[in-house]
Design a protein around this ligand. Structure first.
Ligand code: NAD
Length: 251
């Protein structure tokens, strides 16, 4: 691997690391040389990931984190210690028609995907500014922050908000050598959705993706390592779409 992408000596915190893309991102950053802080609510899952990483000689620490709670975020950042990279990955979606979406569902989605990412970014940045250390924040947004689908209005809005928040923070924090960038994944196959892609509905959806395939978690590695490492040193406020061409599909 080019030295530019080498994360040796760096510490990276991943939110929502207990499953799916978050667990994958932790492995990817660890394989690039970083020590990882696995931050999520499910301690049992974090412990087994920690053990899996230890077998690959990746140093990992698990910290309890609920991004819906500012107290939990403060405590998690305290427990994490010195950081160089933060990946705001924790996210949820609730599927309901907009007319029937209760206020509490809106709050849960926006508080997790947008407010949570904002508070984690602010907490990390405050530490970096005080310590006079540079830092890199990678926000995991979605192509649904750029285009829309039905029945997930708060998800669409929270991811669009996260994309613009990325730009706002990049602008304000560049003077402190803090870079803030975002990745917009297209549809990526994870444990949670793998059965769907084999159904007729899933296959129909895949036909609308120009590359005619669903993404795999490792398809995001290039973008993640670019933004997290020195390779992306002149990048801040960037929003990278990784979607097999889905957002440029023919109208
Ligand atoms: P997932 O449900 O497997 O992972 C989400 C993680 O966030 C879980 O570990 C969950 O426990 C955690 N989380 C949820 N609420 C939390 C909270 N309050 N505090 C701490 N952790 C919390 O789903 P995933 O597909 O791995 O999604 C990861 C991220 O990628 C999300 O932000 C999602 O919006 C984004 N994304 C996923 C896809 C995809 O196709 N899989 C596409 C675009 C964007």
């Amino acid at each position: 691997m080019s030295k530019l992408f080498d994360l040796g000596g760096k510490v990276a915190l991943v939110t929502g690391a207990s499953s799916g893309l978050g667990a994958h991102f932790a492995k990817c950053l660890g394989e690039a040389g970083a020590s990882v802080v696995l931050a999520a609510r499910r301690a049992d899952r974090l412990q087994s990931l920690q053990a899996e990483l230890a077998q690959k000689n990746i140093a990992a620490k698990a910290v309890d984190l609920d991004v819906q709670s500012s107290e939990s975020i403060t405590a998690a950042l305290e427990a994490a210690g010195s950081l160089d990279i933060v990946v705001n990955n924790a996210g949820i979606s609730i599927v309901k028609p907009a007319l029937d979406m209760p206020e509490k569902d809106w709050d849960a989605v926006v508080d997790t995907n947008l407010r949570g990412a904002w508070l984690v970014a602010q907490g990390a940045a405050r530490r970096w500014v005080t310590q006079k250390r540079p830092g890199s924040i990678v926000n995991i947004a979605s192509i649904l922050g750029l285009r829309t689908i039905g029945q997930v209005a708060p998800y669409n809005a929270s991811k669009a908000g996260l994309i613009h928040l990325t730009r706002a923070l990049a602008m304000e924090w560049a003077r402190y050598r803090i870079r803030v960038n975002a990745i917009c994944p297209g549809y990526i196959e994870t444990e949670m959705n793998s059965a769907f892609w084999k159904t007729p509905g899933g296959q129909k959806l895949i036909e609308r993706i120009p590359q005619r395939r669903i993404g795999q978690p490792e398809h995001l590695d290039g973008a993640l390592l670019l933004l997290a490492s020195e390779a992306g040193t002149f990048m801040t406020g960037s929003v990278l779409t990784v979607d097999g061409g889905h957002t440029v599909s023919s109208l």
